[in-house]
Design a binder for this molecule. Structure first.
Ligand code: GLY
Length: 258
C-alpha cells in the first residue's frame, strides 16, 4: 500500500551535541557520525517511494533535526505544534515554509499557548490519533488538537505517559492493525484492539520503527524487533541511529512522512 508520497527531514546541526538528553543512552553524539547516519536514513527513505525535502541545518536549535516535533501532518491538514521544550519552541517558526510547499494557508492549523504539543506524542492510526499527555504535551494542547482534527472528520484520544519522553518512544503503529508496544504501553487498554507485538525491555529503543509504504525501517542492533517485524511480513531496512539515540531521538523523530 502506498500511503506516503513526501518526507521532510532537516540536516543535523553541529550544535546537536548539546541537544536535550535524559542520559538514558549515555555519551555525546559524534557529529560526523551523525551526518553519515542521516545520509543513510535519507537513502533508506528514498527506497520507499517518497520524495524527500531536505531542510538545511539550523544551529540555533540543537534538536532541530527531530523535525517530527514542530509539526503534525494528516491526510487533510497540517498542524504547526507548540513544542513544550523551551529550547525547541522556536522550531515551529522554521518548519512553516516547508509545510507551505504542500498545504494551502487554510489547511494549516496551529496549536497555541498555553497549549503545548510535540509531534512525537502523536500516533496516527488511520483517522484516529493517539496523543500522549507528557512533559511536552499538555491538556490544553490535546484539547486544541482534538478540536482541529474534528473539523476534518478525524478523532483523537489521550494516553497519559508515566515514564517515557514521547508517546512514540514506546508505541508505534505499523499499519495493517499491527502495533509495536513496549514498557508502560503493553497493558494500556487503549491499544487492546490492535495486533500488539510486545518489545522486550532490552530492545525498548526499537519500539520506535517507522512504516513507509509497506517497508519498515528498524534501528540497527535490535535483532528481536527486526525478526518480529519481518515475521509480520514487512520488507525491512536497517539504519544505525546511534548518535540520535544519545539524545533520546529515534527513527520517527527524524522525519515528517505524509
Ligand atoms: N533530544 C530530543 C528532545 O528531547 O526533544
Amino acid at each position: 500500500m502506498k500511503k506516503f508520497n513526501h518526507v521532510i527531514v532537516r540536516r543535523p546541526c553541529r550544535a546537536m551535541v548539546e541537544g536535550i538528553t535524559s542520559g538514558l543512552y549515555p555519551g555525546k553524539p559524534d557529529y560526523e557520525r551523525a551526518l553519515e547516519e542521516h545520509d543513510d536514513y535519507i537513502s533508506a527513505l528514498s527506497r520507499c517511494g517518497v520524495d524527500i525535502t531536505i531542510l538545511p541545518k539550523d544551529e540555533r536549535y540543537p534538536d532541530s533535526c527531530f523535525v517530527e516535533d514542530p509539526a503534525l501532518i494528516t491526510r487533510a491538514c497540517a498542524i504547526i505544534t507548540n513544542p513544550g521544550a523551551e529550547s525547541r519552541n522556536g522550531e515551529k517558526y522554521e518548519i512553516i515554509d516547508a509545510i507551505r510547499q504542500f498545504f494551502p494557508e487554510d489547511k494549516i492549523e496551529y496549536i497555541k499557548a498555553p497549549g503545548t504539543l510535540e509531534g512525537g506524542d502523536v500516533m496516527m492510526c488511520g483517522d484516529h490519533f493517539f496523543v500522549g499527555r507528557s512533559a511536552r504535551t499538555n491538556e490544553e494542547g490535546i484539547r486544541q488538537l482534538t478540536e482541529i482534527l474534528a473539523k476534518y472528520g478525524m478523532t483523537c484520544s489521550e494516553v497519559p505517559l508515566e515514564e517515557v519522553l514521547h508517546l512514540k518512544t514506546g508505541v508505534n503503529y505499523l499499519e495493517d492493525n499491527n502495533m509495536l508496544v513496549c514498557g508502560e504501553f503493553v497493558d494500556k487498554p487503549d491499544f487492546q484492539s490492535y495486533n500488539r507485538v510486545v518489545i522486550p525491555e532490552e530492545e525498548a529503543y526499537a519500539a520506535n520503527c517507522i512504516w513507509v509504504n509497506d517497508t519498515v525501517i528498524v534501528p540497527e542492533g535490535y535483532p528481536t524487533v527486526l525478526k518480529a517485524v519481518q515475521d509480520l511480513g514487512y520488507k525491512t531496512l536497517v539504519v544505525d541511529t546511534s548518535e540520535y539515540r544519545k539524545l533520546d531521538g529515534g527513527l520517527s523523530c527524524l522525519s515528517l512522512r505524509f
